[in-house]
Design a protein around this ligand. Structure first.
Ligand SMILES: Cc1cc2nc3c(=O)[nH]c(=O)nc-3n(C[C@H](O)[C@H](O)[C@H](O)COP(=O)(O)O)c2cc1C
Length: 230
């Protein structure tokens, strides 16, 4: 038997493991999540990430203006988008869950709502750090999400909120047209004032830095409550 050497400093606490569950319709939350995960991994954190899979895949862009309006209205009433069972074997292996996705009509997106209804066990008893990608209106989304997380026995943390940096009314018009299937950033009319859909490079870089900050705390065995508001 090998006795502990009393002169050796105690081993640092084992880093905590992170599970990332996310949904992304048009790639923005997905991009932020990838950068956040890269930052975490560069700090030596073990991360498992899984994109929520709608049982009937959703197509981006939606394709027409009437279909886009329909989606905006149904999501206003928090219509769930049934998802397939996530492949994550056991949430017990993870001490922190990051739950990321877009705002849909002032609410969490349909797949995230479905996750909360269908698979609450993945979140129950866990600290859950929320990451929200939105055009600009996230407060009701966060308020509802916090309430649902508490209801199922999870501990809401955050939020990390990223809005679209373009000026109004162009960002609203731009998002609508992008979802409908036109490319507003390439339109000769709108493209002059709306050069890019979604988040900018600084925001993606910031997501990476937040991953580092979070990773450094997790390496010390602590789960910080990081908040990032637009
Ligand atoms: C159906 C629908 C409704 C939306 N409603 C809102 C909203 O109420 N508030 C907001 O800020 N953004 C809203 N958006 C914009 C998205 O939140 C935003 O474009 C986000 O960056 C998309 O993230 P994703 O690419 O990961 O799906 C909506 C988008 C869709 C598709």
């Amino acid at each position: 038997m090998i006795a502990d050497n009393p002169h050796e400093p105690p081993a640092p606490p084992a880093p905590l493991r992170v599970l990332v569950l996310f949904y992304s319709f048009s790639g923005q939350s997905g991009g932020l999540v990838q950068r956040l995960i890269a930052g975490l991994r560069e700090e030596g954190i073990e991360v498992r990430s899984e994109r929520l899979q709608p049982a009937i895949p959703l197509r981006f862009p939606v394709g027409t203006i009437p279909r886009t309006i329909r989606m905006m209205i149904t999501t206003l009433f928090r219509q769930r988008v049934v998802i397939l069972q996530p492949e994550t074997p056991s949430p017990d292996d993870y001490e922190l869950v990051i739950l990321a996705g877009p705002t849909w009509s002032f609410n969490p997106s349909g797949p995230v709502l479905a996750l909360l209804d269908q698979y609450p066990n993945l979140l129950r008893g866990k600290p859950v750090l929320a990451l929200i990608s939105c055009r600009g209106y996230w407060r009701r989304h966060w308020c509802y999400l916090q309430g649902r997380l508490r209801q199922i026995g999870a501990q809401p943390l955050g939020p990390l909120v990223f809005d679209h940096p373009q000026a109004e009314p162009w960002r609203t018009i731009g998002v609508f047209l992008k979802i409908a299937g036109t490319a507003p950033e390439r339109s000769p009319l709108i493209g002059r004032v709306y050069r890019r859909f979604g988040h900018n490079r600084e925001q993606f870089d910031e997501a990476g830095r937040l991953g580092h900050t979070l990773g450094q705390s997790l390496q010390q065995g602590a789960i910080p409550n990081l908040i990032r508001l637009p």
